[in-house]
Design a protein around this ligand. Structure first.
Ligand SMILES: C[S@@+](CC[C@H](N)C(=O)[O-])C[C@H]1O[C@@H](n2cnc3c(N)ncnc32)[C@H](O)[C@@H]1O
Length: 229
């Protein structure tokens, strides 16, 4: 069997067909298309079922036929599982081929109407003040523990993380996430920079002190010891 496989690979190469199909480290399209590319490139086990642990309006899956189980802490989005992804109460272990995570990346922005809209659109509802060191990275360790539990061996965790400025300081949650994922027993395989057309803006911001971020990161982690396929 090994021999047949090897000869097939050799034959393909001998025919001049390249088997080298890399994925770019920079993505300028939408998240749904990138997710499909990542499934194709990184998955070594069947991706489905997929758990979207921060479903919100489910924008990632518009037009998709994937078998997605939706989870959100906020019942107003009507996910299949209303629950905290740091607990994943009732979710069976070793069930999913992929877990997708797109946590809030800014804290609540205030009380007036325009800011409320911002909070809803960006899922900015979790506390992010002095008690949390002005960062949302405290959400990650408990989530990572659960993601590892509900993923099958060699399953993938795909996390969309955006850095932020809070309380006049740059915060680097993508670094926190990668370190915490390794601590939780994942292998961090890759980091893809996703570019969007316009920067995020808020009516609250009057003076620019930092580069206006027009990118976020997708972090690819495997529930296993290595990344090479
Ligand atoms: C940035 S939004 C996700 C957007 C989503 N990917 C989409 O494309 O529509 C973040 C979501 O995470 C949810 N969330 C925040 N903390 C959570 C937690 N601990 N457990 C489950 N969901 C949580 C929020 O309610 C919010 O809907």
């Amino acid at each position: 069997m090994t021999y047949i496989l090897e000869s097939l690979i050799t034959k393909k190469a001998a025919n001049g067909t390249s088997t080298y199909e890399p994925i770019s480290s920079v993505w300028e399209g939408n998240d749904g298309d990138l997710l499909e590319e990542m499934f194709k490139f990184y998955a070594t086990i069947p991706p489905e079922p997929i758990l979207d642990a921060t479903y919100n309006a489910g924008r990632f899956w518009k037009g998709s036929t994937r078998d997605v189980v939706s989870m959100d802490i906020d019942p107003k989005y009507k996910p299949m599982i209303v629950g905290d992804n740091r607990k994943m109460k009732g979710v069976p272990s070793a069930k999913f081929g992929i877990v997708v995570y797109d946590p809030p990346h800014v804290g609540p922005q205030g009380r007036d109407k325009s800011r409320k809209r911002f909070d809803v659109d960006f899922g900015a509802t979790m506390e992010c003040g002095g008690d949390q060191d002005w960062s949302l990275s405290y959400l990650y360790p408990d989530f990572l523990k659960q993601a590892k539990r509900v993923l099958k061996p060699d399953g993938l965790l795909l996390a969309k993380i955006t850095d932020m400025v809070n309380n006049h300081r740059s915060k680097w949650p993508h670094c926190d996430f990668m370190r915490m994922a390794e601590d939780a027993g994942f292998t961090v395989c890759d980091l893809i920079v996703k570019i969007r057309k316009g920067p995020m803006v808020s009516t609250k911001w009057k003076t620019a002190h930092h580069a206006r971020k027009r990118h976020c990161f997708w972090i690819i982690c495997r529930n296993g010891d290595n990344c090479e396929r």
